[in-house]
Design a protein around this ligand. Structure first.
Ligand code: TXA
Ligand code: MG
Length: 355
């Protein structure tokens, strides 16, 4: 692999197609290309080549028992990759593709074990991003792609962040601007009669429920269902330690908390709603500022803000929780994984963590 990855910025003109052709050429030669999607940037390789797919695991430092999503450009492509597709799966694909929904289906035999981590199921999604779909079409193969970050770090929502994590580890990075949604796709297991959300994401439970009955994996005893293997790993973590508080506790105690950490000489950052931020002294590094439960903006910027705290040298990030309806469910899922402890609700919880 070369020392620097090629970095290609799309400009919405005719040169773009040449760039995508060069990128497709890399994929056909079993190389790695990072590309934009509507959720987060993906680290793509030829999904039918074990040699190519193994390079993804190496570049990211990803555990090999964590399977990848195959990205396709058209719905018809799903039939050569999966079999015994249920009516519910059809309904979900029709309703939400292209879009941030990944379906888990029984796999066809020719899909490499490296993609599925040896499972007999495969994850498939059709992204809602023109660059992504044009690129996949030109590659003429399904594109295996995890998020384009070093394993465990927050997923990248723009190309320069991909470059920071993966420069020299991938052949090329396509810069197609900022990802719209900012959190990954919703992963739904459609291999049995009951559809199960393995990972909350860009399509909300409320949206899914309008189409088929769904359960969350957490509602089901864990030994009955194979959850998304990826969900067991530490994830979405900035270098700073993240502590999650209820909005109420943070609002009423923010000044006490700042004083407490100042005495310990820890550099604190705050990610919280408008109500909390307006109580902060000017010198405190803070992001967020959402109002009430308007959290789309938080979803879109969450990963960037977590990385920005690191850039500012923050050691400890105090985060206020949000309601778990709509996109709030995916936000809280990511925050809980980034956090060191369960949500701190009261003084007793606080003392047990920091005393
Ligand atoms: O939005 C997204 O989904 C982004 C963009 C790039 O498409 N991709 C992404 O990929 O988030 P990744 O690899 O970071 O997450 C894929 C998740 C993991 O939790 C993995 O364990 C799960 O999907 N998964 C993949 N194949 C599976 C399978 N056959 N059964 C259960 N879970 C699976
Ligand atoms: Mg990921």
């Amino acid at each position: 692999m070369k020392l620097k990855s090629s970095y290609w910025q799309l400009k919405n003109n005719q040169e773009d197609i040449e760039i995508l052709n060069k990128a497709a050429h890399i994929i056909k030669n079993n190389g790695l290309v990072a590309f934009p999607t509507e959720t987060v940037y993906g680290l793509g390789a030829n999904g039918l080549s074990s040699v190519a797919v193994e390079k993804i695991f190496l570049a990211k430092g990803r555990p090999s028992d964590n399977p990848l999503i195959l990205h396709i450009a058209e719905k018809k492509d799903v039939y050569s990759l999966a079999k015994n597709i249920s009516i519910n799966a059809e309904k979900l694909m029709d309703a939400f593709w292209p879009g941030p929904l990944t379906v888990i289906l029984p796999k066809q035999g020719h899909i490499p074990d490296a993609v599925t981590a040896g499972l007999n199921t495969v994850a498939i999604r059709m992204p809602k991003n023109d660059v992504a779909r044009d690129f996949i079409r030109l590659c003429q193969v399904p594109i295996a792609a995890p998020s384009a970050n070093i394993s465990g770090r927050p997923s990248p929502t723009d190309a320069t962040t991909v470059q920071k994590d993966l420069d020299g580890k991938v052949d090329a990075i396509i810069d197609g601007g900022q990802a719209n949604i900012g959190l990954e796709s919703t992963v739904v297991d459609c291999t049995s009669d009951e559809c199960i959300i393995l990972r909350p994401g860009g399509i909300t439970k409320e949206q899914l429920e309008k189409v088929v009955a769904v359960k969350s994996a957490t509602q089901i005893e864990s030994d009955k269902t194979p959850k998304a293997p990826g969900m067991k790993y530490k994830h979405y973590s900035p270098k700073a330690s993240v502590y999650l508080f209820t909005e109420e506790f943070l609002q009423s105690n923010i000044l006490f908390l700042l004083e407490f950490f100042e005495q310990k000489q820890w550099k604190v950052g705050v990610l919280a709603s408008q109500e909390v931020l307006q109580k902060l002294p000017k010198e405190i590094i803070s992001f967020g500022g959402w109002q009430c439960d308007k959290t789309d903006d938080l979803a879109k910027n969450l990963y960037r803000w977590l990385r920005d705290f690191d850039k500012c040298g923050v050691e400890i990030i105090l985060v206020s929780s949000v309601r778990t309806d709509n996109i709030g469910q995916a936000i809280m899922n990511r925050l809980e994984k980034a956090a060191q402890t369960k949500i701190i609700e009261n003084k007793q919880d606080f003392d047990s963590v920091f005393a």
